[in-house]
Structure formats: C-alpha cells, structure tokens
Write a protein of this length. Sequence first.
Length: 117
Amino acid sequence: MKTIHFVVSEEISMTEYKLNLTDFQLAILLDTVKGFVDNKKLIHVPVGGGGVAGLPLTQDALEWMLDAYEKAGLEEPAAYTVMVEETQQGPASITIDFAQASNAYAYKANLAEFDEQ
C-alpha cells in the first residue's frame, strides 16, 4: 500500500491512495459515516507503509466499496485505489477503483466541506 502524489499542472493536483480493506473494516467505516449528521467528515483509513490518510469517502462511496467486495466473494483484504484530483476552482474529483468490479465509482466533493473527525 502506498500513496502517490503528483502535480499535473499549477491548477490540478492528483493523489492516489492504495487501500487494503476487509468487508468488516468497510462495514465499520460505513456505520461511522452514517452516524455523522452531515456526512461530511474525512474518514481516516490505513494507507502505504502503515500511514493513515483522511479521505472524503461518502456514504454512497462506502456502500459501493462494500457491495463490490461482497460481489467479488472475497475473504481477504481487498485492494482499492482512491484517486483524489484537486483543482484550484470547483470541487475535487474522487475516483475509486476496485480490480474485481466492472467499473469504477466516481463523484465530486468540495473538500473544504469535509471536517476532520
């Protein structure tokens, strides 16, 4: 698991997070997000080399991640890639990729609206 950060231009910055999560971890994260009144908290998840990153994972995103895990029929931690593309203007683009899923999950989020837990 690792985190990769690169600058595409002065206006676009992209960070890629590699996550390995079990269905149990995903269920706990989903329950945590459901408990937030505004559903706008950064979710801290383990990433590369034992680090932790605060990611803007929404209830819908976590439901997709858990559903994809369950459909894959896995029993071990599953590898997800979360790409956060920030721009100087407008909301960030978040894309979640799961190799066993036929498609990625993408959404927009205003990062300024997401508070630390």
